[in-house]
Design a protein around this ligand. Sequence first.
Ligand SMILES: *[C@@H]1O[C@H](CO)[C@@H](O)[C@H](O)[C@H]1NC(C)=O
Ligand SMILES: *[C@@H]1O[C@H](CO)[C@@H](O)[C@H](O)[C@H]1NC(C)=O
Ligand SMILES: *[C@@H]1O[C@H](CO)[C@@H](O)[C@H](O)[C@H]1NC(C)=O
Ligand SMILES: *[C@@H]1O[C@H](CO)[C@@H](O)[C@H](O)[C@H]1NC(C)=O
Ligand SMILES: *[C@@H]1O[C@H](CO)[C@@H](O)[C@H](O)[C@H]1NC(C)=O
Ligand SMILES: *[C@@H]1O[C@H](CO)[C@@H](O)[C@H](O)[C@H]1NC(C)=O
Ligand SMILES: *[C@@H]1O[C@H](CO)[C@@H](O)[C@H](O)[C@H]1NC(C)=O
Length: 615
Amino acid sequence: MLTAASILLALLAVSSAQEQQANFTHHAVLDPNGKYLLNWNPPTNGSDYFTFECVVATRGWLGLGFSPNGAMTDADIVIAWIDANGNPQISDRHGPAQGNGYPPADSTQNYELVSGRKNNTHIIITFRRKLDTCDPQDRKITSDTTRLIWAFSDQVPTSANNIQQHSHRGVKSVQLVNPQTNDGMAKILADPSTKVYDLSVTNVTLPTDKRTLYWCDIFELPQWKKHHVIANRMMIQKGNERYVHHMVVYGCGEEDMSEHLGKPAACFDDTQIFSPMEKCKDFFAVWAVGGEDFVYPSQMGAPIFGDSKQRFVLLEMHYDNADLTPGITDSSTFRFYLTEQLRPVETGKITIGMPVNPVQLVIPPKQQRFTTYAYCPGKCTSRMTEPITVFTGLLHTHLLGIAMRVRVIRNGEEIKSDMRDDHYDFNYQSPVYLSKPLVIMPGDDIIVECTYGSMDRDTMTYGGFGSDNEMCLAYMEYYPKRNLSPENCKSFVDPKNLTEILGLKKEQVNIGPKASLGGGAVTVLNQDQQNVTITNWYKNDLKMTDDMVTKLQDYVKNSPQSVSCGFQGKDSAGGNVTDSTFFKLDGPIQNPHPYVEPAAVCTASSGTTGATTTS
Ligand SMILES: *[C@@H]1O[C@H](CO)[C@@H](O)[C@H](O)[C@H]1NC(C)=O
Ligand SMILES: *[C@@H]1O[C@H](CO)[C@@H](O)[C@H](O)[C@H]1NC(C)=O
Ligand SMILES: *[C@@H]1O[C@H](CO)[C@@H](O)[C@H](O)[C@H]1NC(C)=O
Ligand SMILES: *[C@@H]1O[C@H](CO)[C@@H](O)[C@H](O)[C@H]1NC(C)=O
Ligand SMILES: *[C@@H]1O[C@H](CO)[C@@H](O)[C@H](O)[C@H]1NC(C)=O
Ligand SMILES: *[C@@H]1O[C@H](CO)[C@@H](O)[C@H](O)[C@H]1NC(C)=O
Ligand SMILES: *[C@@H]1O[C@H](CO)[C@@H](O)[C@H](O)[C@H]1NC(C)=O
């Protein structure tokens, strides 16, 4: 059966081989030693097909799998090799129903061989498949993070029924549909007119008594004329890749931060907060683990310099020393690539989400799924005088995040938004380039939903900066740029009403002015009349019940939240608004008609069982 299919597919391979000489737009190194490279092109111009090229340092077979969680169970798997006669072979298979083990062949073969060859060291096999093959034994490729499982072996199979176990295997998270692309980076690097501006930390020593370090350093911008940022690159000190988790550059608005120059320090600890974190809030650039070079589309640039009032930026590094390895110091650099030749379209930044706060963002322990809701209502977006187009963004949670989405509701109908990920991976926070940009119109309602899984936790998880604490933030970049400074929109539940659900009387809770920056600022008078921090109260005193969880989930979704609207523009009376404004919502943003992804058009001939084939 497979032989007949292979012949047909080999014919198809010949016909499309030429067109597939085209370069691949996307690339990933799947294994840590660089033995397994994946190149691919997402569907373009109305085609349904992904084309993948696997370049693997083996003479046997290679396997690639699309897995919901990194395991073989329920994964969609393809195995390919060059047979003893030098002919490429491919076999569409699937993971066993339980556990890891031999993957049976699919009854319908949906992977089409395009070409294959080998040399003394490598096999190079190109194949294609539809985004949705309509075969229940395959998995649809989505705009979520995909856990690609990969494997190879030096044994050449004698047939598809005789494939030996892999000698190497692993898993790697990748964005297949909307990956970032560093296409154009080579040109930017080669262009003598490209300038660079670096922000570096020097010899930061990671602590060995706690996992997370936020390191903050203030820099004064040079007095250059206005430039455009056209690319950026995170240059992690060699060997520190596993410790540098993410980095954010914030502008400090018109604040004079000169007293903090040359005094890098931990951004905060349990008792005090380094003040730059409070004053520098204009999100300007972000990089997180898994991210590669970021290249702007050729007609776009993000303005930098040339504004004499905005003199300072804050570089915030997040280190994650999960196993408390001693003796780690870091000197990493974030590099902006700049041009003086201003590009026609300027980009701007918006952040939407929840405050990082221990009494507003809470996730009860032992939950499969607990979802928080941040609301940015039409009353805020209507300050914009024209639509904005979001073309890239980064969704950010910490360890418990399993799904996140930015929903946009226009006149009661939710529109399609690819700023979403149902398979979120804390360790792969790459920005996406939206192949279908997300347009936000004045008056649109926006909901940012973050879903967490806390089965492994025994106590309450709360909003905070540590990896073990949580966040829910969507960083987005759009065009055309509207104002001088980045904008944000955040929503807040009432902290006293929230803690009341947990059994605390309002008079037991004291919320200090810096509550939004650390757990130490909220204190509770516990049963023994001791004055303890809320985070210690969560750990030592709180006994969560199922009833509390139900009420909490209802509360964070349906209570009337307050909004901090940092969008600038026109208010309803036509006056100019340049400041953040607080207002209270009457209730949650409603989404009566959620967006439903149209089902794929499945025809009888969308695969081959051996005797028949497509197209
Ligand atoms: C592939 O890349 C090469 C050089 O990088 C370029 O000359 C060629 O035009 C590209 N081919 C296609 C089909 O884009
Ligand atoms: C897609 O179509 C456009 C316009 O027809 C064309 O310019 C572009 O080169 C096509 N892209 C690919 C990858 O074929
Ligand atoms: C075999 O092909 C791979 C991938 O194109 C290449 O990197 C490698 O250098 C080649 N090896 C030899 C011995 O030609
Ligand atoms: C950083 O540490 C290295 C090695 O200890 C030392 O040589 C270097 O001078 C330090 N750099 C700074 C700026 O302190
Ligand atoms: C908090 O609860 C009180 C009743 O206990 C209610 O009147 C008030 O509206 C609530 N506030 C919010 C923001 O939910
Ligand atoms: C508990 O301690 C905090 C901070 O030290 C203080 O602000 C608060 O007033 C205290 N609360 C009570 C009830 O003593
Ligand atoms: C609002 O801002 C615009 C330009 O930013 C300016 O031309 C206009 O005069 C301002 N209107 C008021 C009422 O300040």
